[in-house]
Design a binder for this molecule. Structure first.
Ligand SMILES: [Zn+2]
Length: 220
């Protein structure tokens, strides 16, 4: 007969048939024990679809628009994916106009993968697992007051930072106060890769067109 003591660890216990787990303990305690074991067992299976796979996608702004619909952002779009930049590179994301100090939200369930902390390019990258298992990264650039940390689990209700204030915008010298929003295929060279892509072929190696991505994953 086994007794409960310091060496009665989970590793020891797992070799016993489940029916003997916690024998002698009250019924409720035994049931809780079983549930914990079952949950642990299933969560440990590698490659199993994450419970926070990106099922639903929302706009990164919530103020004065229906953030469940892609079309409600149309008056805010400034510059698209692949636009030519005078510096000689292709634009890697969407520029979305916003109000001063406007909050920016994650587009959906994910985990903060990286933060780049240098004005005026403060960036949050969020890793999302698509329903089919593919990993993509949403990038939010030109943020201030970043409110999340690397490794943090987020959803579409998580404010990750805010757009520039009026004075920050002036200091940035950007044409309009905006969020630069990207959908990346990889974390590789996440700092500064946008300005190195001189052709659409190079751009498409690292990025998806965010407007295509949002249209495919959102309500019209
Ligand atoms: Zn941009």
């Amino acid at each position: 007969m086994r007794t409960t003591n310091a060496v009665d660890t989970f590793e020891n216990r797992i070799d016993y048939p489940l029916a003997t787990v916690g024998a002698g303990a009250p019924v409720l305690a035994r049931r809780i024990c079983l549930v914990v074991l079952v949950v642990f067992f299933f969560s440990a299976i590698p490659g199993r679809a994450s419970s926070n796979a990106l099922q639903e996608v929302y706009l990164p702004f919530h103020d004065s628009l229906d953030f469940t619909k892609y079309s409600s952002m149309k008056n805010r779009l400034l510059d698209g994916y692949g636009a030519y930049r005078r510096a000689g590179h292709m634009h890697a994301g969407l520029d979305i106009k916003g109000k001063y100090d406007e909050k920016v939200y994650s587009i959906g369930d994910g985990t903060v993968a990286a933060i780049y902390d240098e004005f005026p390019y403060r960036t949050v990258l969020i890793e999302h697992v698509l329903v089919g298992g593919e990993k993509i990264y949403s990038g939010y650039i030109h943020l201030e007051d970043i409110e999340v940390g690397v490794g943090q689990t987020v959803d579409h209700k998580t404010a990750i930072g805010r757009l520039f204030s009026k004075s920050e915008h002036k200091k940035s010298k950007f044409y309009k106060n905006h969020l630069h929003f990207e959908i990346r295929k990889t974390m590789e060279r996440y700092r500064g890769i946008s300005i190195k892509c001189k052709t659409m072929e190079e751009l498409n190696r690292y990025f998806y067109d965010p407007s295509v991505f949002l249209r495919e994953h959102m309500k019209k």
